[in-house]
Design a protein around this ligand. Structure first.
Ligand SMILES: [Zn+2]
Ligand SMILES: [Zn+2]
Length: 486
């Protein structure tokens, strides 16, 4: 755009105005000031391009102000003749009129260009800021977000529930029992949030007097829990060591063992799974198949089971497993329960809270053992004499841990990262607990949503611009009215 004034515009001024084109050009693109000396005072108008070239017209009048078009940018250093350039109520009364009118058209074009450039600058800056937020927020969300409730270690469980007071065993003939067992729970030795000590105290509070601690891939949590129970919970809580054999085909609790069984590979063959079952039997332990409904749940976007290629119940019976988890958390696996009943001479049914967080309890395996020692409880499980109590509503109370301060520190970034995660679905499938995932990663970027984001960004910037100009106009108007009143 040509910012210069047409020489013709000055030639129409009866020679009273002597604008020289070179003088204009010299001042273009700089901080611009204009001083107009008139009969009525000195008007100074400056247009600064500090941010987005929002021109700021500072009008200082030594005498009462005249009506000057708001926002009219004076863009050149122009010495306009002193006489009769401005008059009350208008821009000018004589030659100055033509001069300023001639200014207006190119000025208007330049203001539009400046606004477009300013707008592009704001959009580009906004995008840079957003990309920076993504670059920091997404990694914090992925890796650096502490759990919002990091203070599990300070939790205590000081209530005492007695499920026997309101529940009857699933098998109505099973009225005599001295053991209330949780046959599946996790500690901080795998992905549980409670230490072995806390996990046992939580189980005690919920009415259990026996627990099979089954951390993923290791018996270490169970051994630590057993050591704690023997020292501090004698006669109140019996711990049977175990581990959850966790891979991409099946989760199985290996119970009554004192050392960890190696887990590999992530998707073992039938023969490898059978070898694990045989190995556990060789160690004097039992193999219980966990949560088949959960394992077979269809997961998107693969539209396939969470654990692909899970062995059938018949295969597992054939390979020699000892039983099935018939209740996991609050899910009753009726098919497995009936399968166990159909093969009651070979299979036992157990229940597990699968406790990772302190929440409600739903089921208690009932056993009538000679004593509450681990050996006697295991003997009854081997003899397949169990039933269970079920409260699908879950126990109360449930305790929430206090918020962690480190969560508050990083959450502003992490939650921002969570927000940007919404623009793409990154599905990695079930974790194998061996460093891999059971499904192939799927990345689905929502391009339409990203397009809408930028559209809304532009709309927001336009709205802010309009608001800016409106309030600027309003303030100038109020200032002018206030001065006129004085
Ligand atoms: Zn599991
Ligand atoms: Zn589990």
């Amino acid at each position: 755009m040509d910012h210069s004034l047409s020489p013709n515009s000055s030639s129409d001024n009866n020679g009273s105005d002597t604008i020289e084109q070179p003088q204009y050009r010299r001042h273009l693109g700089r901080r611009r000031n204009r001083q107009i000396d008139s009969d009525f005072g000195t008007i100074q108008m400056s247009s600064s391009s500090s941010f987005g070239n929002r021109s700021t017209d500072n009008v200082s009048l030594q005498q009462p102000p005249r009506r000057i078009a708001p926002g009219t940018t004076a863009d050149t250093t122009t010495n306009i003749p002193e006489t009769n350039v401005l008059a009350p109520g208008g821009w000018a009364v004589n030659d100055g009129t033509e001069i300023l009118a001639a200014h207006r058209r190119p000025l208007a074009r330049r203001r539009i260009l400046n606004w477009v450039l300013h707008f592009i600058k704001v959009v580009v800056l906004s995008i840079i800021v957003i990309l920076l937020l993504v670059a920091v927020g997404v990694p914090v969300s992925d890796n650096g977000m502490p759990a919002h409730a990091g203070k599990y270690d300070s939790m205590e469980f000081d209530w005492q529930l007695d499920p026997r007071s309101y529940l009857k065993p699933m098998n109505p003939n099973f009225t005599q029992y001295n053991v209330l067992l949780d046959a599946h729970l996790h500690t901080t030795y795998s992905d549980g949030v409670l230490s072995p000590k806390q996990a046992l105290e939580f189980a005690l509070a919920n009415g259990y007097n026996a627990a099979i601690v089954t951390d993923h891939q290791t018996v270490d949590g169970a051994l630590a829990a057993r050591a704690y129970a023997e020292e501090h919970l004698q006669g109140r809580m019996t711990v049977i060591p175990g581990m959850e054999y966790t891979c991409c085909r099946i989760h199985m609790n290996l119970i009554g063992i004192n050392e960890s069984v190696p887990v590999h590979p992530p998707s073992p063959s039938d023969a490898e799974l059978k070898a694990v079952i045989d190995k556990v039997h060789g160690m004097g332990g039992l193999v219980i198949v966990n949560h088949i409904p959960w394992s077979n749940t269809t997961v998107l976007p693969w539209d396939a089971p969470r654990l692909p290629n899970h062995p059938t119940r018949e295969q597992l019976l054939d390979w020699g497993v000892d039983g099935f988890e018939v209740v996991n958390q609050n899910t009753v696996d009726l098919r497995s329960y009936q399968f166990v009943q159909e093969h009651s001479s070979r299979l036992v049914g157990l229940t597990g809270s699968d406790m990772h967080y302190p929440g409600s309890s739903y089921a208690w395996t009932t056993i009538n053992a000679k004593s509450t020692s681990a050996k006697d409880i295991l003997d009854e499980i081997r003899a397949r004499r169990t039933s269970f109590l079920l409260d699908a509503s879950g126990t109360r109370p449930v305790q929430d841990p206090p918020y962690s301060q480190s969560y508050f520190r990083y959450a502003p970034w992490g939650l921002l990262g969570d927000y940007f995660h919404g623009y793409a679905d990154r599905s990695r499938g079930m974790y194998s607990f061996q460093g891999t995932f059971c499904q192939e990663e799927v990345l689905d970027i929502h391009n339409t949503m990203i397009g809408w984001f930028f559209l809304w960004l532009i709309v927001s910037i336009v709205v802010l611009e309009i608001l800016y100009w409106f309030f600027r106009w309003l303030i100038l108007l109020l200032v002018r009215l206030a001065r006129r009143r004085r």
